[in-house]
Design a protein around this ligand. Structure first.
Ligand code: TUI
Length: 315
């Protein structure tokens, strides 16, 4: 067992969070992760408030363990979704893709722990002052919407800059990653792509198979010209999107091109037209396993590794 202050803060057994991926992190996955002793997080994405409310209730019916909801700041329903988290007494709220400052005090009054995803030292500092309970420092090795600093340099800089616990994200998929994150001063890891390749994840089988097949250079980034780049598996859709970046098209043209492509990947499994958002950890993922087995594997690998580190250094 690896216990860190994160386990006490969140009431979990293992210092592992499952990223709140839009369309992918459904109640089935969230409940399985929380039941396995890590923190399952619902991906609210752009979903309308009534759907998020129904999904939160579904999670509560499936598990009595702590869980979270991820609210991306670009959702057209941010305030309503935050209100649902307040009303439903969601234990942990993570945020992404923007600055959640205006929502922190309301959530905290309702007893929620607020854990924003940040991609820079500056925003980590600002959110600590605004009352965040912890931050998830996400490097650009991760999938989906990314910042511009790699995980390895970002995490220790955030650890040095704030007094609240720091969770590392971006590139983690095994016990070696968890051990490395702890060495950087983080209290745990958040993994996204690794959780897609589990039996309980409801994403299309083609999504899971494409991740297992992908190697170290399996992803590319696109959307830089829009100011919010996205990392996804290399496929015809991703290549065309990356080409459009170079053509300096109008923002609405690029946005229109991206709309609905994540759903096409997750729900339809459309390998040509879908946007299969995934992190660089895809090269480390070789199987589709039950959530509980994967978490156990990660934790015991990290444990063995940390125990054997003195011999490893001695050579
Ligand atoms: O949010 C994510 N990952 C995501 S969201 C998403 S859905 C999407 N669809 C189409 C286009 C774009 C996204 C897929 N993946 N991760 C958390 C994250 N947050 N990564 C980076 C950031 C971030 C970036 C800038 C957080 C704050 C931030 O602040 C800017 C500011 O306002 O100061």
């Amino acid at each position: 067992m690896i216990k860190t202050p994160l386990c006490d803060l969140l009431g979990i057994d293992h210092p592992i969070l499952q990223g709140g991926m839009a369309w992918v992190a459904t109640p089935e996955l969230v409940a399985a992760v929380s039941e396995a002793g890590a923190l399952g997080i619902l991906g609210a994405g752009n979903a309308p408030p009534d759907l998020v409310e129904a999904q939160v209730r579904q999670i509560k019916a499936m598990t009595g363990r702590p869980f979270g909801v991820n609210v991306p700041m670009f959702s057209p329903f941010v305030s309503d979704v935050v209100e649902i988290c307040v009303r439903e007494r969601v234990p942990v709220v993570t945020t992404g893709a923007g600055n959640p400052s205006p929502h922190i005090s309301g959530l905290k009054r309702a007893g929620a722990l607020v854990v924003p995803v940040i991609a820079s030292v500056a925003l980590a500092r600002r959110l600590e002052r605004a009352g965040a309970d912890a931050v998830i420092a996400e490097g650009c090795d991760s999938g989906g919407h990314i910042g511009d600093v790699g995980t390895l340099p970002l995490v220790p800089q955030v650890v040095d800059a704030v007094g609240i616990p720091v969770i590392a994200a971006g590139g983690f998929a095994d016990g070696r990653g968890l051990a490395a994150a702890l060495a950087l001063g983080a209290v745990g890891v958040q993994m996204g792509t690794r959780f897609i390749c589990t039996e309980e994840c409801t994403a299309h089988q083609n999504y899971k198979d494409a991740i297992v097949k992908a190697g170290d250079r399996g992803t590319i980034t696109a959307g830089h010209s829009l100011g919010h780049p996205v990392r996804a598996l290399r496929n015809p859709m991703a290549r065309r999107f990356a080409e459009m970046d170079k053509q300096e098209l109008a923002e609405d043209e690029l946005l229109a091109f991206g709309t609905g492509k994540l759903r096409l990947a997750v729900v339809e499994g459309d390998t040509a037209e879908g946007s299969f958002m995934a992190g660089q950890s895809c090269g480390l993922i070789r199987d589709i396993v039950p959530v509980g087995e994967m978490i156990q594997r990660v934790v015991s690998e990290a444990e063995v590794l940390l125990r054997r580190l003195p011999q490893h250094i001695a050579g």
